[in-house]
Structure formats: structure tokens, C-alpha cells
Design a protein around this ligand. Sequence first.
Ligand code: ADP
Length: 173
Amino acid sequence: MSNTKNAVYPGSYDPVTNGHIDIIERGLRIFDHITVAVLTNPEKQPLFTLDERLEMIHQCFNKNPRIKVDAFEGLLVDYVDRKGIHTVVRGLRAISDFEVEFQMALMNRRINREVETIFLVPSVCYSFLSSRLVKEIYRLGGSIQQMVPGVVDQRLKEKFHSPKKHPALTEKR
Ligand code: ADP
């Protein structure tokens, strides 16, 4: 059996923020490899396509061999089983995250007893940050420079100026 420590960090990443990156960097102190697993949820209409979300994460890590970027659909427990990686990393920002994350971790374990969830806490400066808030601030004309990597800032500008604007970006600015 390999001694390599691997973990999966699942999420929507619509788009990836400095908060996610903070968690990934902390995770790399514990794990040898982290698979950033981007969820495709047919019920949600994300601002960025799956390919755009994957590409932005790739660009942030500049081919770091310890970071893998992948996509998945359906149950996380099925995905981690297929991958043979039973450790899941999640970020905890505030008490509001705790309730949802606690429930999800216990449910995942109930479905598959092998799955363990590890919670990491971000730097205080990112503890208020979410992808949803970034999109909201951008839409209302605020600066998001300290909140997202340069590539995401650029992509948001492109989306905003695209003739076929996503409903999430249609008001104000
Ligand atoms: P969701 O899974 O709710 O769509 P995201 O894709 O935004 O959420 O996030 C994936 C994971 O990253 C979740 O565990 C979430 O709590 C965590 N996360 C998101 N933003 C931050 C942040 N600013 N600091 C720490 N963790 C975060």
C-alpha cells in the first residue's frame, strides 16, 4: 500500500477565490497531493462553465505536480470511491458553515464508512469570503482584487463585457 497522503477538495468553484487557495495551500502542508474536484450540478446555473472553472484553477497552480484538478457529477462518496481517495478536505469559515458541513460529513460517512472529512480554517482575512459574494460585489461595481486571483478578476471582466451576459451579472455596474 502506498504511503502517499491524498485528499479530495470538492466544491463548485464558481469561481475559485483566494479563500479556496488558502485552504489548498494549508492542505498541502498535510497532504502530498490534493485533488480539487469541481462539481457539475445540472440543477444549478453557474456563472462559469465547467471548463472555465477547471481552467482558472489550473492557471492558479501553474502545473504544481501536487495539485490535480478534476470534475465530478453525482455523489461525492461515489467519486472518492472511484478515485480511491477517502479523505475529503472542506473549509470552515464561520459557524454558519459548520452546521451544513457537519451534516454533510456525517451523511457522507453514513453512506460510506471509509470517508473521513478534515476541516481546515482559512486566514481570518478570507473568513468572510465566498464565490457568491465575489460575484455580488463585482456586479455592484466593487473591487474584488484582494479576493480572487488575477485570472479570475480578468475572466469576470470578460464575462461582464460579453454581449451574452449571464443573468448574475446583468444589473448595475
Ligand atoms: P460549495 O461546495 O458550497 O459550492 P464552494 O465551492 O464555494 O462551496 O467551496 C468549496 C469548499 O471551500 C467548501 O468547504 C467551502 O466551505 C470552502 N470555502 C469556500 N470559500 C472559502 C473561504 N473563503 N475560506 C475557507 N473555505 C472556503
